[in-house]
Design a protein around this ligand. Structure first.
Ligand SMILES: [Fe+2]
Ligand SMILES: [Fe+2]
Length: 471
């Protein structure tokens, strides 16, 4: 297994220099990427020294090196997990046959679409988060934001490598377009809805990294099973980096909750907003919004596309090897199919329910975060339980889209929905304005904004008052 070659213009562990054509294609994309980063990446902090980690190997342990660098100096590169000898296809109709090093012609369009859809989310999130540096609650958080940003940039590299190496001219065109779409742009938006939502405050950022990056985790887990080995190996290594993003989200929301609980205990008769904390009900509304939007990212509940992807070996289930049966051919998924306003209990052929299978795993993972947050309220003797909204709530994609379901998943009247959704269940304008009013930078080492508790520990063994960003 070759290590990562950092002597090259594009760091890589794929022996890029032996493929001159590909090397040239990627080297000509590189300046466009840097232009994109400078024009719609994080604003104004590109000259600052930031304590960032960089991948230096693809080993499970010790893969990252931490040091001060500026963001444009970050070595975006191409890192794949080690090649498995004699890799076989792990699911679908081709189960047990040799995995593919090249794209089979008949799957070219589907694979390209899957890769582009994943790739598009990576730069989108950087664009969504670009202004947040100005209102960071601490240097620790500012550093985490930038770590997430540079790694999402690297994930774009990972996907662009697969496109350029394996999809010829189409791949190069897709790579260019990935730098042209813009999050939230009405003429040329990013592909998926959540990645066009504004993310203008840090509570949104933490919810995004908790719930939307977690969608990324599950999409990557499913693509890491792909019969197309270069895609699988790229996604595996992206998952290594992704874990930190989820940590930032879960502990970020947790620290906001912790701070609110402290204020509630200190001033039991006051409204927490008088003391600059964020009400727990408001946090729940943010959760409801980001969870429901992220639930959409899995697509329709019953889907022939999903069945085809699974059948052909393009996209598996998360942790496919842990399952006993890998064809999903004779099995069913029992669900209440919602159509024309009524539910019909249906045994859906399992392959057609693969989106729902992945969403199930995602929801179970989200629930662990809810349990973690409820331990924080319990520890402070605060009688408040966070919960996940039903998967039917506030959907725009799939069979529940546009129908009025409450937080428990019960169908309600449109007028009840209109009354409750805007004021009780989803963030209100006043909520957003209040959160925005708290977004004042706190950029002195060891100082944390009043609406968030400091973290339990620092990054890479450093103290929480370490100078994570040199301003
Ligand atoms: Fe990513
Ligand atoms: Fe991420």
């Amino acid at each position: 297994m070759p290590g990562i070659d950092y002597s090259q213009k594009i760091p890589n562990n794929v022996d890029l220099k032996s493929d001159r054509r590909l090397q040239r294609a990627l080297e000509s994309w590189q300046p466009d990427y840097i232009d994109w980063w400078k024009s719609v990446g994080p604003t104004d902090f590109n000259e600052k020294d930031i304590y960032l980690r960089t991948a230096v190997s693809v080993d499970r342990d010790g893969w990252a090196h931490y040091d001060y660098i500026t963001m444009p100096e970050y070595r975006w590169g191409i890192f794949l997990t080690p090649q498995e000898a004699d890799r076989k296809i792990g699911f679908g109709d081709e189960l047990g046959k040799d995995a593919w090093e090249q794209v089979p012609g008949e799957h070219r369009n589907s694979l390209r679409r899957l890769i582009v859809t994943q790739a598009d989310t990576e730069p989108a999130s950087v664009e969504q988060q670009r202004l947040l540096g100005h209102t960071a609650p601490s240097l620790y958080d500012l550093r985490n934001l930038f770590q997430v940003n540079v790694e999402e940039g690297r994930h774009l590299w990972a996907m662009v490598y697969v496109l350029q190496a394996h999809f010829g001219r189409d791949g190069r065109e897709e790579a260019d377009e990935l730098l042209e779409r813009r999050s939230g742009n009405s003429d040329h938006p990013r592909i998926l809805g959540t990645f066009n939502e504004p993310c203008e405050d840090w509570l949104s950022f933490f919810c995004f990294t908790m719930f939307t990056d977690r969608d990324g985790k599950f999409q990557l887990l499913a693509l890491a099973e792909s019969a197309f080995t270069p895609l699988a190996r790229s996604c595996r290594f992206m998952l290594t980096e992704e874990a930190h993003h989820l940590f930032v989200g879960q502990t970020g929301v947790g620290r906001v909750i912790q701070r609110t609980c402290q204020v509630m205990n200190e001033f039991p008769d006051a409204d927490v907003t008088e003391h600059g904390a964020i009400p727990l009900e408001l946090i729940q509304r943010y959760i409801n919004f980001w969870v429901s939007s992220s639930n959409d990212l899995y697509g329709g509940e019953v889907s022939s596309n999903a069945a085809n992807f699974f059948r052909s070996g393009l996209k598996g289930r998360a942790w496919e090897q842990k399952r006993e049966e890998h064809t999903a051919l004779d099995d069913h998924y029992n669900m209440d199919v919602f159509e024309n306003g009524t539910f019909t209990n249906t045994d859906v052929p399992l392959r057609n329910a693969m989106n729902e299978v992945l969403r199930d795993d995602y929801i179970a993972d989200n629930q662990k975060g809810i349990v973690y947050w409820n331990k924080i309220t319990a520890k402070h003797n605060i009688d408040f339980q966070f919960s996940l909204p039903s998967r039917r709530f506030n959907r725009r994609v799939g069979m529940y889209a546009g129908h009025p379901f409450d937080l428990d998943g019960d169908l309600i009247s449109q007028s009840d929905w209109d009354a409750k959704a805007a004021g009780e269940w989803l963030p209100t304008i006043a909520d957003r304005e209040y959160v925005q009013s708290l977004m004042k930078p706190s950029l002195e080492a060891g100082k944390y904004a009043g609406w968030i508790a400091p973290p339990a520990k620092g990054i890479n063994g450093k103290e929480i008052d370490f100078e994570y960003v040199k301003l």
